[in-house]
Design a protein around this ligand. Sequence first.
Ligand code: PBG
Length: 330
Amino acid sequence: MLQTTRPRRLRRTPALRRLVRETILTVDDLIYPMFVMEGKNTREEVPSMPGAYRYTLDLLLKEIAEVAALGVNAIALFPAVPPEKKDDLGSESYNPEGLIQQTVRAIKQATPDILVITDVALDPFTTHGHDGLVDQNGIILNDPTIEVLVKMSLSQAAAGTDIVAPSDMMDGRIGAIRLALDEQGYEHVAILAYSAKYASAYYGPFRDALGSAPKSGDKKTYQMDPANSREALKEIYLDIAEGADIVMVKPALAYLDIIAKVKAETDLPVAAYNVSGEYAMIRAAAQMGWIDEKKVILETLTSMKRAGADMILTYFAKEVALILSTVDRS
Ligand code: PBG
């Protein structure tokens, strides 16, 4: 048989493969999510996330300096709030002297160039563990929650955050936060909207890290149904109309179709969150000796970028930055 098209021709050598490679993962794509806790000179490994830690501020600053030296541009902060500081209303979330606010100020002093992204949602701060305020019937209240999210965003902006990232999935919060930031002179603070955030079982290890699992009920009345795809676009359009600068799909690995769809619909940068459960699965299989960890990490993150992600939040960020500085790219 006469065969004129032979795709293998371009796979013959490493140089040819590099020449035609469509997707290159770089350290610029990475955002490193980090957990901060109160206290001094301590770090605690998250049991369900081997290799990921809760850091006290002093050690967090050291870790940030290390990843910055490896070329990581951005971190996303999450607070482990002690139970005695939680209440039903999440009031600690907008305390100007709160853990996150102090942490942002300290980072901006120590490493001013690294981008700081702060999460806007109530779950680490509430006794019930929900992202919003809850009424006596267990209903998550939308508009009253937004008032708290606005206060939280303003206090983070005052502390010097670069990007606020609402991860709560209340309706209308992006517009309300944008308006408030602009009114208060924070028009330079960007919004990374968790636009298509699904009610996912992949968040389990993250909730272990922060002790933020909901005490009752689930998050299905505000986070999206994993079975839905067109609804993701509805959420994306709303957030764009309300002033989002970057839109996010979360989780990433089981939602690559959503990332691709969103990318085709918007000219805004698209972020993907390689969440805690995705991280835990790779670590666990690697610990068993069942997979080649480094290769699986790179293949997984490359697939997210190939699907359309312009940036990836990943607990592997430091490791990937190290691998990329030494990698054999054949
Ligand atoms: C909560 C929030 C969650 C994550 C980021 N922000 C968990 C949740 O919605 O319960 C999960 C991140 C991860 O699993 O890595 N606002």
